[in-house]
Design a protein around this ligand. Structure first.
Ligand code: 5GP
Length: 114
């Protein structure tokens, strides 16, 4: 079984500040926030990277995005805006190999790139 730090959070083996959970996914605050609001949305299905998502798993990725949008609305972040990011492999700086979506918000964000 894959065993990343996020699997340990799902299994409650290490603590995290969980802000949302349902049968499909969990959302918790990033331990090293890059914005005033930085929440990670992680599916409970084991998928290492976006490269590994199968066509019949598209709903898993969709649910992450909709959960992030719902959270942003619930927190009143939707009108000012927010960014969602999914890093894939080395050049993007992926460090945890269980797919996850970053929600960044709470202040104007710099442009991204190199
Ligand atoms: P990646 O670079 O793989 O897209 O993002 C992994 C994220 O997980 C990073 O932003 C990092 O700060 C966060 N992270 C790593 N370890 C932990 C942890 O133990 N707890 C929490 N809440 N976040 C973590």
């Amino acid at each position: 079984m894959p065993d990343t730090i996020f699997h340990k959070i799902i299994r409650r083996e290490i603590p995290a500040e969980i802000v949302f959970e349902d049968e499909h996914l969990i959302a918790f605050r990033d331990i090293a926030p890059q914005a005033p609001v930085h929440v990670l949305f992680v599916p409970k299905t084991d998928i290492a990277t976006l490269n590994d998502v199968l066509p019949d798993q598209a709903a898993i990725v969709g649910r992450l995005a909709l959960a992030a949008a719902d959270y942003a609305k619930q927190q009143g972040l939707d009108q000012d805006g927010y960014r969602i990011v999914m890093n894939c492999n080395g050049h993007a700086g992926q460090t945890v190999f269980q797919i996850h979506l970053h929600l960044l918000a709470g202040a104007p964000l710099g442009r991204f790139g190199t």
